[in-house]
Ligand binder design. Structure first.
Ligand code: UT7
Length: 330
Protein backbone atom coordinates (compact mmCIF):
# COMPACT_ATOMS: atom_id res chain seq x y z
CA UNK A 1 0.00 0.00 0.00
CA UNK A 2 1.43 3.32 -1.05
CA UNK A 3 0.28 6.84 -0.21
CA UNK A 4 0.53 7.86 -3.86
CA UNK A 5 -2.83 7.83 -5.62
CA UNK A 6 -3.03 6.40 -9.12
CA UNK A 7 -6.07 6.34 -11.41
CA UNK A 8 -7.18 2.76 -11.93
CA UNK A 9 -9.49 1.67 -14.71
CA UNK A 10 -12.17 -0.17 -12.74
CA UNK A 11 -14.59 -0.86 -15.59
CA UNK A 12 -14.81 -0.80 -19.38
CA UNK A 13 -17.68 -1.00 -21.82
CA UNK A 14 -17.98 -0.24 -25.50
CA UNK A 15 -20.71 -0.27 -28.08
CA UNK A 16 -21.14 -0.09 -31.84
CA UNK A 17 -24.34 -0.21 -33.86
CA UNK A 18 -25.37 -3.54 -35.42
CA UNK A 19 -25.52 -2.19 -38.97
CA UNK A 20 -22.53 -3.49 -40.93
CA UNK A 21 -21.25 -1.84 -44.09
CA UNK A 22 -18.84 -4.11 -45.94
CA UNK A 23 -16.19 -3.14 -48.47
CA UNK A 24 -18.45 -4.64 -51.13
CA UNK A 25 -21.27 -2.31 -50.01
CA UNK A 26 -18.90 0.65 -50.52
CA UNK A 27 -18.18 -0.48 -54.08
CA UNK A 28 -21.75 0.70 -54.83
CA UNK A 29 -20.97 4.32 -53.83
CA UNK A 30 -17.38 4.89 -54.95
CA UNK A 31 -14.86 3.40 -57.32
CA UNK A 32 -13.04 1.04 -54.99
CA UNK A 33 -12.67 -2.66 -54.30
CA UNK A 34 -12.58 -5.00 -51.35
CA UNK A 35 -9.07 -5.98 -52.44
CA UNK A 36 -7.80 -2.35 -52.43
CA UNK A 37 -9.33 -1.51 -49.04
CA UNK A 38 -8.19 -4.74 -47.41
CA UNK A 39 -4.62 -4.57 -48.68
CA UNK A 40 -4.14 -0.82 -47.98
CA UNK A 41 -5.91 -0.59 -44.61
CA UNK A 42 -6.81 -4.03 -43.20
CA UNK A 43 -10.48 -3.00 -43.01
CA UNK A 44 -13.15 -5.49 -44.16
CA UNK A 45 -16.24 -3.83 -42.72
CA UNK A 46 -17.37 -1.05 -40.41
CA UNK A 47 -20.52 -0.10 -38.48
CA UNK A 48 -22.63 2.76 -39.85
CA UNK A 49 -25.60 3.91 -37.78
CA UNK A 50 -28.44 4.98 -40.06
CA UNK A 51 -31.18 5.18 -37.42
CA UNK A 52 -32.58 8.74 -37.65
CA UNK A 53 -31.97 11.13 -34.78
CA UNK A 54 -29.07 9.20 -33.27
CA UNK A 55 -25.91 11.08 -32.31
CA UNK A 56 -22.50 10.41 -30.77
CA UNK A 57 -24.01 10.80 -27.29
CA UNK A 58 -26.36 7.87 -28.05
CA UNK A 59 -23.38 5.63 -28.84
CA UNK A 60 -21.78 6.71 -25.57
CA UNK A 61 -25.01 6.22 -23.61
CA UNK A 62 -25.23 2.58 -24.76
CA UNK A 63 -21.72 1.95 -23.44
CA UNK A 64 -21.89 4.04 -20.27
CA UNK A 65 -25.27 2.65 -19.14
CA UNK A 66 -23.82 -0.88 -19.24
CA UNK A 67 -20.57 0.28 -17.61
CA UNK A 68 -22.46 1.81 -14.68
CA UNK A 69 -24.57 -1.34 -14.27
CA UNK A 70 -21.57 -3.66 -14.37
CA UNK A 71 -19.54 -1.65 -11.89
CA UNK A 72 -22.52 -1.11 -9.58
CA UNK A 73 -22.13 2.66 -9.89
CA UNK A 74 -25.12 4.95 -9.43
CA UNK A 75 -25.26 7.73 -12.08
CA UNK A 76 -25.26 10.42 -9.40
CA UNK A 77 -21.95 9.10 -8.00
CA UNK A 78 -20.04 10.17 -11.12
CA UNK A 79 -18.20 13.43 -10.44
CA UNK A 80 -16.66 14.19 -13.82
CA UNK A 81 -17.36 13.13 -17.42
CA UNK A 82 -14.76 13.83 -20.08
CA UNK A 83 -15.87 12.98 -23.60
CA UNK A 84 -13.30 12.70 -26.37
CA UNK A 85 -15.00 13.11 -29.72
CA UNK A 86 -14.49 14.56 -33.19
CA UNK A 87 -18.21 14.37 -33.91
CA UNK A 88 -19.86 16.14 -30.95
CA UNK A 89 -23.67 16.25 -30.95
CA UNK A 90 -23.37 20.06 -31.15
CA UNK A 91 -20.48 22.53 -31.31
CA UNK A 92 -21.80 23.47 -27.87
CA UNK A 93 -22.94 22.40 -25.31
CA UNK A 94 -20.52 19.56 -24.74
CA UNK A 95 -21.46 15.99 -25.59
CA UNK A 96 -20.29 15.06 -22.07
CA UNK A 97 -23.19 17.11 -20.71
CA UNK A 98 -25.67 15.50 -23.11
CA UNK A 99 -24.53 12.05 -21.96
CA UNK A 100 -24.78 13.09 -18.29
CA UNK A 101 -28.31 14.40 -18.82
CA UNK A 102 -29.47 11.28 -20.68
CA UNK A 103 -28.17 9.00 -17.91
CA UNK A 104 -28.98 11.09 -14.85
CA UNK A 105 -25.37 11.82 -13.87
CA UNK A 106 -26.66 14.94 -12.18
CA UNK A 107 -23.60 15.60 -9.98
CA UNK A 108 -21.03 15.36 -12.74
CA UNK A 109 -19.08 18.23 -14.24
CA UNK A 110 -18.54 17.58 -17.92
CA UNK A 111 -16.60 18.74 -20.94
CA UNK A 112 -15.33 17.48 -24.27
CA UNK A 113 -11.81 17.01 -25.55
CA UNK A 114 -11.06 17.68 -29.20
CA UNK A 115 -7.86 15.89 -30.16
CA UNK A 116 -9.12 13.85 -33.13
CA UNK A 117 -7.99 10.21 -33.03
CA UNK A 118 -5.74 10.83 -30.00
CA UNK A 119 -8.67 12.13 -27.97
CA UNK A 120 -9.15 9.05 -25.83
CA UNK A 121 -5.45 9.04 -24.88
CA UNK A 122 -5.59 12.76 -24.05
CA UNK A 123 -8.86 12.39 -22.08
CA UNK A 124 -7.58 9.38 -20.13
CA UNK A 125 -4.40 11.26 -19.24
CA UNK A 126 -6.39 14.35 -18.18
CA UNK A 127 -8.93 12.37 -16.15
CA UNK A 128 -6.16 10.47 -14.37
CA UNK A 129 -4.69 13.77 -13.16
CA UNK A 130 -7.94 14.69 -11.36
CA UNK A 131 -7.85 11.36 -9.54
CA UNK A 132 -4.11 11.63 -8.72
CA UNK A 133 -4.66 15.13 -7.35
CA UNK A 134 -7.39 13.84 -5.05
CA UNK A 135 -10.04 16.13 -6.54
CA UNK A 136 -12.40 13.39 -7.75
CA UNK A 137 -12.98 9.71 -6.96
CA UNK A 138 -15.19 8.65 -9.87
CA UNK A 139 -14.29 9.94 -13.31
CA UNK A 140 -15.81 8.69 -16.54
CA UNK A 141 -13.70 8.84 -19.70
CA UNK A 142 -15.68 8.48 -22.92
CA UNK A 143 -14.30 8.05 -26.43
CA UNK A 144 -17.01 7.96 -29.08
CA UNK A 145 -17.66 9.04 -32.64
CA UNK A 146 -20.43 8.87 -35.17
CA UNK A 147 -18.01 9.34 -38.04
CA UNK A 148 -20.76 8.61 -40.58
CA UNK A 149 -22.20 12.06 -39.72
CA UNK A 150 -19.17 13.73 -41.35
CA UNK A 151 -18.33 11.22 -44.09
CA UNK A 152 -18.57 12.09 -47.75
CA UNK A 153 -19.73 8.89 -49.39
CA UNK A 154 -18.58 10.31 -52.73
CA UNK A 155 -14.93 10.52 -51.59
CA UNK A 156 -13.14 7.18 -51.77
CA UNK A 157 -10.09 8.64 -49.99
CA UNK A 158 -11.99 8.97 -46.72
CA UNK A 159 -15.33 7.14 -46.65
CA UNK A 160 -13.72 3.70 -46.74
CA UNK A 161 -11.69 4.27 -43.59
CA UNK A 162 -14.10 5.35 -40.86
CA UNK A 163 -16.92 3.82 -38.83
CA UNK A 164 -19.20 4.49 -35.85
CA UNK A 165 -18.60 3.31 -32.29
CA UNK A 166 -17.26 4.14 -28.89
CA UNK A 167 -16.78 3.21 -25.30
CA UNK A 168 -15.96 4.39 -21.82
CA UNK A 169 -13.84 3.57 -18.81
CA UNK A 170 -14.39 4.36 -15.15
CA UNK A 171 -11.40 5.78 -13.25
CA UNK A 172 -11.12 5.42 -9.48
CA UNK A 173 -8.27 5.98 -6.99
CA UNK A 174 -5.87 3.12 -6.38
CA UNK A 175 -3.14 2.78 -3.73
CA UNK A 176 -1.27 -0.23 -5.17
CA UNK A 177 0.26 1.60 -8.14
CA UNK A 178 -2.31 0.21 -10.57
CA UNK A 179 -3.91 2.22 -13.38
CA UNK A 180 -2.38 5.04 -15.38
CA UNK A 181 1.36 4.96 -14.62
CA UNK A 182 2.78 7.29 -17.27
CA UNK A 183 1.67 9.16 -20.38
CA UNK A 184 3.00 11.17 -23.30
CA UNK A 185 0.90 13.72 -25.20
CA UNK A 186 2.21 15.56 -28.27
CA UNK A 187 0.86 17.94 -30.93
CA UNK A 188 2.04 19.63 -34.11
CA UNK A 189 -0.34 22.27 -35.44
CA UNK A 190 1.14 22.14 -38.93
CA UNK A 191 -0.72 18.88 -39.28
CA UNK A 192 -4.04 20.77 -39.38
CA UNK A 193 -3.58 21.18 -43.13
CA UNK A 194 -3.73 17.44 -43.81
CA UNK A 195 -6.77 16.14 -41.91
CA UNK A 196 -9.70 18.42 -41.16
CA UNK A 197 -13.31 19.40 -41.59
CA UNK A 198 -13.36 22.71 -43.44
CA UNK A 199 -16.70 24.26 -42.55
CA UNK A 200 -19.07 24.48 -39.62
CA UNK A 201 -16.78 26.30 -37.19
CA UNK A 202 -16.08 30.02 -36.76
CA UNK A 203 -13.57 29.97 -39.61
CA UNK A 204 -16.24 29.04 -42.15
CA UNK A 205 -19.72 28.98 -40.65
CA UNK A 206 -22.33 26.83 -42.33
CA UNK A 207 -23.88 28.42 -45.42
CA UNK A 208 -25.56 27.25 -48.61
CA UNK A 209 -22.16 27.54 -50.27
CA UNK A 210 -20.35 25.34 -47.73
CA UNK A 211 -23.06 22.71 -48.04
CA UNK A 212 -22.98 22.80 -51.83
CA UNK A 213 -19.18 22.50 -51.77
CA UNK A 214 -19.45 19.48 -49.43
CA UNK A 215 -17.21 21.20 -46.87
CA UNK A 216 -18.85 19.68 -43.79
CA UNK A 217 -17.10 16.37 -44.30
CA UNK A 218 -13.69 14.89 -43.41
CA UNK A 219 -10.91 15.85 -45.79
CA UNK A 220 -7.60 14.01 -45.65
CA UNK A 221 -4.29 13.94 -47.44
CA UNK A 222 -3.89 10.27 -46.63
CA UNK A 223 -0.29 9.86 -47.77
CA UNK A 224 1.01 12.72 -45.59
CA UNK A 225 -1.03 11.64 -42.57
CA UNK A 226 0.21 8.09 -43.03
CA UNK A 227 3.84 9.25 -43.11
CA UNK A 228 3.54 11.17 -39.83
CA UNK A 229 1.35 8.53 -38.16
CA UNK A 230 3.58 5.60 -38.92
CA UNK A 231 6.67 7.15 -37.34
CA UNK A 232 5.15 9.15 -34.48
CA UNK A 233 2.85 6.49 -33.07
CA UNK A 234 5.64 3.92 -33.11
CA UNK A 235 8.30 6.27 -31.69
CA UNK A 236 6.06 7.51 -28.87
CA UNK A 237 5.10 4.00 -27.83
CA UNK A 238 8.79 3.04 -27.86
CA UNK A 239 9.77 6.15 -25.84
CA UNK A 240 7.10 5.43 -23.21
CA UNK A 241 8.27 1.83 -22.94
CA UNK A 242 11.91 2.78 -22.62
CA UNK A 243 11.44 5.31 -19.83
CA UNK A 244 9.32 2.79 -17.85
CA UNK A 245 11.63 -0.19 -18.38
CA UNK A 246 8.95 -1.93 -20.41
CA UNK A 247 10.09 -4.62 -22.82
CA UNK A 248 8.32 -6.84 -25.36
CA UNK A 249 8.37 -9.54 -22.65
CA UNK A 250 6.86 -7.60 -19.75
CA UNK A 251 4.22 -5.83 -21.85
CA UNK A 252 1.04 -7.92 -21.85
CA UNK A 253 -0.82 -5.95 -24.53
CA UNK A 254 -0.22 -3.28 -27.12
CA UNK A 255 -3.46 -1.34 -27.61
CA UNK A 256 -2.97 0.78 -30.74
CA UNK A 257 -5.40 3.21 -32.34
CA UNK A 258 -6.98 1.41 -35.30
CA UNK A 259 -6.41 3.71 -38.29
CA UNK A 260 -4.56 1.43 -40.65
CA UNK A 261 -3.24 -2.10 -40.16
CA UNK A 262 0.07 -1.02 -41.70
CA UNK A 263 0.50 1.69 -39.02
CA UNK A 264 -0.32 -0.86 -36.31
CA UNK A 265 2.23 -3.31 -37.78
CA UNK A 266 4.91 -0.61 -37.87
CA UNK A 267 4.27 0.19 -34.18
CA UNK A 268 4.41 -3.46 -33.29
CA UNK A 269 7.67 -3.92 -35.18
CA UNK A 270 9.27 -0.79 -33.66
CA UNK A 271 8.35 -1.80 -30.11
CA UNK A 272 9.08 -5.51 -30.66
CA UNK A 273 5.72 -6.53 -29.21
CA UNK A 274 4.45 -9.82 -30.63
CA UNK A 275 1.48 -9.94 -32.96
CA UNK A 276 -0.47 -12.17 -30.55
CA UNK A 277 -0.10 -9.47 -27.86
CA UNK A 278 -1.41 -6.70 -30.11
CA UNK A 279 -5.10 -5.82 -30.07
CA UNK A 280 -6.42 -5.52 -33.62
CA UNK A 281 -10.08 -5.27 -34.59
CA UNK A 282 -9.80 -2.77 -37.46
CA UNK A 283 -11.13 -5.40 -39.89
CA UNK A 284 -14.51 -5.27 -38.09
CA UNK A 285 -14.90 -1.60 -37.15
CA UNK A 286 -12.59 0.48 -39.35
CA UNK A 287 -11.36 3.69 -37.75
CA UNK A 288 -13.90 4.82 -35.12
CA UNK A 289 -11.60 7.75 -34.20
CA UNK A 290 -12.05 8.21 -30.42
CA UNK A 291 -13.76 4.83 -30.13
CA UNK A 292 -10.95 2.52 -31.23
CA UNK A 293 -9.07 2.04 -27.96
CA UNK A 294 -12.15 1.44 -25.73
CA UNK A 295 -13.55 -0.92 -28.40
CA UNK A 296 -10.30 -2.91 -28.22
CA UNK A 297 -10.11 -2.93 -24.41
CA UNK A 298 -13.72 -4.09 -24.21
CA UNK A 299 -13.27 -6.87 -26.74
CA UNK A 300 -10.18 -8.19 -24.93
CA UNK A 301 -11.40 -7.54 -21.38
CA UNK A 302 -11.80 -11.21 -20.44
CA UNK A 303 -8.13 -11.78 -21.27
CA UNK A 304 -6.86 -8.87 -19.16
CA UNK A 305 -5.42 -9.71 -15.75
CA UNK A 306 -4.64 -7.60 -12.69
CA UNK A 307 -1.11 -6.21 -13.01
CA UNK A 308 -0.93 -6.60 -16.81
CA UNK A 309 1.18 -3.90 -18.46
CA UNK A 310 -0.70 -2.23 -21.32
CA UNK A 311 0.71 0.27 -23.81
CA UNK A 312 -2.01 2.39 -25.39
CA UNK A 313 -1.03 4.64 -28.32
CA UNK A 314 -2.66 6.81 -30.96
CA UNK A 315 -2.07 9.32 -33.73
CA UNK A 316 -4.64 11.70 -35.17
CA UNK A 317 -5.61 14.94 -36.83
CA UNK A 318 -4.14 18.15 -35.53
CA UNK A 319 -1.65 16.47 -35.58
CA UNK A 320 -1.94 14.92 -32.13
CA UNK A 321 -0.36 11.77 -30.81
CA UNK A 322 0.52 10.04 -27.58
CA UNK A 323 0.83 6.90 -25.50
CA UNK A 324 -0.30 5.78 -22.06
CA UNK A 325 1.14 3.07 -19.81
CA UNK A 326 -1.67 1.39 -17.89
CA UNK A 327 -1.31 -1.33 -15.26
CA UNK A 328 -4.60 -3.22 -15.45
CA UNK A 329 -6.31 -3.09 -12.05
CA UNK A 330 -8.71 -6.06 -11.91
O1 UT7 B 1 -6.73 8.04 -37.61
C1 UT7 B 1 -6.36 9.31 -38.00
C2 UT7 B 1 -5.19 9.34 -38.82
N1 UT7 B 1 -5.44 8.81 -40.13
C3 UT7 B 1 -4.62 7.89 -40.62
O2 UT7 B 1 -3.77 7.43 -39.93
C4 UT7 B 1 -4.76 7.51 -42.08
C5 UT7 B 1 -3.41 7.49 -42.73
N2 UT7 B 1 -3.46 7.21 -44.13
C6 UT7 B 1 -3.77 6.00 -44.64
O3 UT7 B 1 -4.12 5.10 -43.93
C7 UT7 B 1 -3.58 5.77 -46.11
O4 UT7 B 1 -2.88 6.86 -46.67
C8 UT7 B 1 -4.90 5.59 -46.91
C9 UT7 B 1 -5.54 4.25 -46.55
C10 UT7 B 1 -5.87 6.70 -46.59
C11 UT7 B 1 -4.61 5.58 -48.41
O5 UT7 B 1 -3.66 4.58 -48.71
P1 UT7 B 1 -2.37 4.94 -49.58
O6 UT7 B 1 -1.63 3.68 -49.75
O7 UT7 B 1 -1.66 6.09 -48.94
O8 UT7 B 1 -3.00 5.34 -50.97
P2 UT7 B 1 -2.88 6.74 -51.76
O9 UT7 B 1 -3.73 7.78 -51.12
O10 UT7 B 1 -1.45 7.04 -52.01
O11 UT7 B 1 -3.54 6.33 -53.13
C12 UT7 B 1 -2.92 5.36 -54.02
C13 UT7 B 1 -3.81 5.20 -55.23
C14 UT7 B 1 -4.21 6.52 -55.88
O12 UT7 B 1 -4.29 6.30 -57.27
P3 UT7 B 1 -3.11 6.77 -58.23
O13 UT7 B 1 -2.96 8.24 -58.01
O14 UT7 B 1 -1.91 5.98 -57.78
O15 UT7 B 1 -3.63 6.38 -59.58
C15 UT7 B 1 -5.59 6.78 -55.32
O16 UT7 B 1 -6.37 7.57 -56.19
O17 UT7 B 1 -5.05 4.57 -54.84
C16 UT7 B 1 -6.17 5.40 -55.21
N3 UT7 B 1 -7.20 5.27 -54.20
C17 UT7 B 1 -8.11 4.30 -54.19
N4 UT7 B 1 -8.32 3.28 -55.03
C18 UT7 B 1 -9.33 2.44 -54.73
C19 UT7 B 1 -7.39 6.07 -53.11
N5 UT7 B 1 -8.43 5.61 -52.40
C20 UT7 B 1 -8.89 4.51 -53.05
C21 UT7 B 1 -9.93 3.60 -52.80
N6 UT7 B 1 -10.11 2.58 -53.66
N7 UT7 B 1 -10.74 3.71 -51.74
Amino acid sequence: MSSKITAAITGIHAWAPDEVMTNHDLEKFVETSDEWITSRTGIKERRIWTKPGMATSDIAVEAVRRLLEETGTKPEEIELVICATATPDHIFPSTANVISDKLGMSNAAGYDISAACSGFIFALTTGAKFIEAGMYKKVLIVGADKMSSILNFQDRNTCIIFGDGGGAVLLEPNYEGLGVVDAIMRSNGEGRHYLYQTAGGSFKPASHETVDAREHFVTQDGKTVFKFAVTNMAETAAELMERNQLTPDNVAWLVPHQANKRIIDATRERTGIAEEKTMVNIHKYGNTTNGTIPLCLFEWRDKLKKGDNLVLCAFGGGFTWGAVYVKWAY
